[in-house]
Design a protein around this ligand. Structure first.
Ligand code: PLP
Length: 400
């Protein structure tokens, strides 16, 4: 049977405590117990349905987690205060000092910095590899490796990870496959393809209104319980917990995620085809020129399209900056990092979201100075948007 993320979310039924159509927001940081014994049991993780303290979890956070687990097809989920607040605890939970991670080299700059600069302080080392080459991934695995880490579609180069292939490797060497699915919520369900843990920055498409931060870890009940343990759980002890008010607003925005993803995909497909036809070097997984187009298509949940992210290369940072400034002036989008907003957002990753990666390494992975990353918005009239972008490009001689 086909996996239907949007149906799974819609089929969850929860009412507010007064019969409200939205669950009530739990506006408390701490919870009372009728008996001291139950309080003790809850600390030990043995009192289902009882709440302890908001850093542990809250009813609002559990509701949001349930919806995200339904979307990803995992047993359960734990929400966090940001994407990094989800990723860092997962890696610290899975690895001890002396252990090793094999990671895609093209990942979000913050995650890259965490793996490259922070985890070595705990004596956890990472090898960065071209994730599209399974033989290279396998060659990087050592006896100390515990985790394979990648993004489904990488930030910013839009490389596609072969989740099933990576999962086979993970199983062969008894590793945990952790996949960041931030760029492709609903489109792709990594856990269905064999990922052990799926993380997201909710700050992006899932919330979709660029007004809050959030993160989530989707996985087995055992793993999520371990992360929440009061004794040694990285989520509980590192303290990156989401506030209930924000959890409830993200849950409400999630109701329209499937509609938004379809519109982001439709608009991005239109622009990618038009940009490519102009002769611009365009990367979009929906284009047949994308090196992993066929693989990507084979992993998609049909109906949500190819996603809202695309890149073009305009040749130099000067041209990229001039084009982005002019497009913003003409109200075609915002010169801003992040993604998943109703307006198109654009940035030059080399000097923004990937600036943690050294120039040399950027070169090695093919991240050029003239690259512009677009998160395509929900524009009702994308043909008009294209015409206006085209005019900007002609004016600045980005195209001749
Ligand atoms: N993962 C990806 C793919 C991202 O693009 C980002 C942020 O840009 C993150 C994780 C981190 O998320 P947050 O900014 O919510 O901590």
């Amino acid at each position: 049977m086909k996996f239907k993320p949007a149906n799974n979310i819609q089929d969850l039924q929860y009412f507010g405590e007064f019969g409200g159509v939205n669950p009530s927001i739990s506006d408390s940081s701490t919870y009372t117990f009728l008996s001291a014994k139950t309080m003790f049991d809850t600390f030990e993780g043995n009192a289902d349905g009882c709440y302890l303290y908001s850093r542990h979890t809250t009813p609002s956070n559990l509701y949001l987690g349930e919806a995200l687990a339904a979307m990803e097809g995992t047993e359960t989920a734990n929400v966090a205060a940001s994407g990094m607040g989800a990723i860092a605890p997962v890696l610290m939970q899975l690895c001890n000092a002396g252990e090793h991670i094999v990671s895609s080299r093209t990942i979000y700059g913050g995650t890259y910095a965490f793996l490259k600069n922070f985890l070595p302080k705990l004596n956890i080392q990472t090898s960065f590899v071209d994730i599209t080459k399974l033989d290279m991934v396998e060659a990087a695995i050592t006896k100390n490796t515990k985790v394979l880490y990648c993004e489904t579609i990488s930030n910013p180069l839009l490389e596609v990870a072969d989740i099933s292939g990576l999962s086979k490797l993970a199983k062969k060497y008894n590793l945990q496959l952790v996949v960041d699915n931030t760029f492709s919520p609903m489109l792709i369900s990594p856990a269905r393809l064999g990922a052990d843990v799926v993380v997201h920055s909710l700050t992006k498409f899932i919330n979709g209104s660029s007004d809050t931060m959030g993160g989530v870890i989707c996985g087995t009940q055992d793993f999520i319980d371990a992360l929440r343990s009061v004794h040694d759980g990285a989520c509980m002890l590192l303290g990156s917990s989401l506030d209930s008010l924000r959890a409830s607003s993200i849950l409400k925005n999630m109701r329209t995620l499937h509609i938004r993803m379809k519109q982001h995909s439709k608009n991005a497909t239109y622009l990618a085809q038009k940009f490519e036809a102009l002769g611009l070097k365009t990367v979009y997984p929906g284009l047949s020129s994308h090196p992993s187009h066929v693989l990507y298509k084979s992993m998609l949940n049909t109906e949500y399209g190819y996603g809202g992210m695309l890149t073009i290369d305009v040749g130099s940072l000067e041209k990229a900056n001039a084009l982005m400034e002019l497009m913003q002036e003409r109200n075609l989008g915002y010169l801003a990092v992040s993604l998943g907003f109703y307006k198109t957002l654009f940035s030059a990753p080399g000097t923004s979201t990937s600036s943690e990666i050294s120039e040399e390494e950027q070169k090695a992975m093919g991240l050029s100075n003239g690259l512009i990353r677009f998160s395509i918005g929900l524009d009702n009239d994308i043909a008009r948007t294209f015409e206006m972008m085209h005019a900007c490009m002609k004016e600045l001689q980005v195209i001749l």
